[in-house]
Ligand binder design. Structure first.
Ligand code: NAP
Ligand code: F7E
Length: 343
């Protein structure tokens, strides 16, 4: 594939940011889909290279929505992508209990809209397109074994995970039925300074920084005993890209293989700022979920051997990176607050 043109749905999200950086550094022409009502212009998209005509940087942002199949077809025929990365989703698990139908529409039907548009594009033009689907460890849900790998049965435990299971099997089906090059990356939690503020890692690192600078008094959390296999988003988008570089399309688990509890995350983040989290953290039952997965811990042996992928950032390094970024942001907020602005 000499003509490297990628289309990213969900480009304004965390992974969209890191994947854009990677693909631009690999010399891709880049097309991204952003929602009209979404976070644009915003710091999550606006700062990106190419938006303001940076010489030598080829990025085109399209207004679109996974729920608009006609718009998707128009964007695909304009972009003529050789690779499509489907990162768009209502990706918050707790929110999916509150908005199950919307979550299913975006995550399940949205993915199907995209696959159908790609199948017709390929059949109509004869151009091959490779497709990455952002599948999730949440699909393993009530797993009976840990660590999980590509052969572990899917037992989803929340509306988000059920919708991801639908999208997962559609991605497999389009590979087997229509000979499309489609891959599922079954990714475990991956975080970064660009993580949304309502996911537990970022909620904690941001609060720790703001408490340190006197901008916040308390932090309200749910289940502190929950454990996750947390890695760095910058590492994980590399695995996505590597999957589409293989001769055959397959599905891969991407994980660190190590888990930590929310308590350990608190120890690490507050400890970096010489704070004792017990003095600040309060329990709020609103953040407790109706169900939690059993132990989600990934076995990424296949990604290691076939893709040559491995994580480069440890849990402690990840938390440090996030705390440092949030401390800088909090310092900016404090300066603005002291100057009389509301932040
Ligand atoms: P994220 O930060 O929540 O980004 C999701 C993106 O999807 C945002 O850009 C959002 O746009 C966009 N979006 C939402 N609904 C849309 C719609 N109807 N049409 C078009 N775009 C829409 O998620 P992330 O952490 O980058 O994750 C990327 C993908 O990987 C998601 O599919 C997620 O479910 C999956 N995943 C994530 C993890 C993880 O730990 N991060 C693990 C496994 C799988 P707005 O900015 O307009 O809201
Ligand atoms: O929760 C517990 C919560 O919302 C992690 C998404 O990217 O990864 C993410 O889903 C744990 C849960 O991520 C709070 O109960 C306690 O056990 O950061 P989270 P998630 O649900 O694991 C998967 C792989 C995805 O695919 C998703 O798209 O932390 N927890 N107290 C809390 N969680 C939140 N959000 N807020 C709390 O106050």
């Amino acid at each position: 594939m000499n003509d490297k043109t990628a289309l990213i749905t969900g480009i304004s999200g965390q992974d969209g940011f890191y994947l854009s950086e990677l693909l631009l550094s690999e010399g891709y022409r880049l097309h991204g889909i952003r929602r009209r009502s979404g976070s644009f212009p915003s710091s999550r998209v606006e700062h990106r290279p190419g938006n303001h005509g940076t010489p030598g940087v080829d990025v085109h942002l399209h207004v679109g929505d996974l729920l608009d199949p006609i718009g998707l077809r128009r964007i695909i025929s304009e972009a003529q992508p050789t690779e499509v990365y489907n990162l768009a989703a209502q990706s918050h698990v707790h929110a999916s209990f509150e908005d199950p139908i919307y979550t299913a529409q975006v995550v399940a039907m949205g993915t199907l809209n995209l696959l159908e548009a790609l199948r017709d594009y390929r059949d109509g033009t004869g151009r091959e397109v490779r497709f990455y689907q952002a599948s999730s460890s949440e699909m393993f849900g009530k797993a009976r074994e840990a660590p999980q790998n590509e052969r572990t049965p899917l037992r989803p435990r929340n509306p988000y995970a059920c919708a991801k299971v639908h999208a997962f099997w559609q991605t497999v089906t389009y590979r087997e039925a229509y000979n499309l090059f489609t891959c599922n990356g079954i990714l475990y939690n991956h975080e970064s300074p660009r993580r949304g503020e309502n996911y537990v890692t970022r909620k904690i690192t941001r609060a720790a920084a703001r408490i340190k600078l006197g901008l916040q008094e308390h932090l309200y959390l749910g289940n502190l005993d929950a454990r996750r296999d947390w890695g760095f988003a910058g590492d994980y988008v590399r695995a996505m890209w590597l999957m589409l570089r293989q001769d055959e399309p397959e599905d891969y688990v991407v994980a660190t293989g190590q888990t930590h509890s929310v308590r350990e995350l608190l120890d690490e983040a507050f400890g970096l700022l010489d704070l004792d989290w017990h003095d600040y953290v309060r329990s709020d039952p609103r953040y407790i979920r109706p169900t939690e997965p059993t132990l989600l811990c990934g076995d990424a042996s296949k990604a290691r051997t076939q893709l040559g992928w491995r994580p480069t950032v440890t849990f402690a390094e990840l938390v440090r990176m996030m705390v440092e970024a949030d401390l800088q942001a909090a310092e900016r907020d404090r300066t603005l607050t002291e100057a009389g602005y509301t932040v």
